[in-house]
Design a protein. Structure first.
Length: 178
């Protein structure tokens, strides 16, 4: 990622496009959990990427670009909600996260369709905070510390919520297969 960011700082548009394509979908999902509208979520994420491109010369001053992106998207969403006089989430529990997953291999999709459906249904039954933290860690690959920084909660809270999510998923899936 450092090499890619260095190329972006140098003005390489192809590197920026690659960076954008790698990061966009998970940031879009994150934005959607705040605004619940497809177009504004997409626009807000694109605005963050535009700001990154326009200020690419300061990328080397950002400690962790991943956290910076998530926090920037979160702040853009909260500003959007305030500007449009929509309810601003007071806590992580107020966010609604859909479990979305893209599968590239159609044969694998056919073979695992029922299992994936059951897992998606089990994830959707999780409390909102558990679902969001589960998604950020298990699907987006963020660390506990990164999630804590993004959501402005303690690492211990992240750990506890992920534990709760995994325990509930285990119980739900065991009940289905019983």
């Amino acid at each position: 990622m450092d090499i890619l960011l260095e190329k972006i700082r140098a003005g390489d548009q192809n590197s920026f496009k690659e960076f954008y394509h790698v990061q966009f979908f998970k940031l879009y999902q994150f934005a959607f959990s705040f605004v619940h509208l497809k177009e504004p979520a997409e626009e807000l994420v694109n605005d963050v990427f535009l700001a990154i491109w326009q200020r690419r010369d300061i990328l080397d001053t950002i400690g962790n670009v991943q956290i910076y992106l998530y926090v920037s998207v979160k702040n853009a969403c909260l500003n959007y909600l305030r500007r449009n006089q929509l309810p601003v989430p007071l806590s992580v529990d107020d966010l609604s996260v859909d479990h979305l997953q893209l599968v590239a291999d159609p044969e694998l999709l056919v073979m695992q369709k029922e299992t994936q459906r059951l897992i998606r249904e089990a994830i959707e039954q999780l409390p909102p905070r558990c679902r969001l933290i589960f998604k950020l860690i298990r699907e987006d690959g963020l660390t506990y510390k990164q999630v804590a920084a993004i959501l402005d909660i303690s690492v211990k809270t992240v750990d506890n919520q992920l534990w709760v999510a995994l325990k509930k998923l285990t119980l739900l899936l065991q009940a289905i297969h019983a």
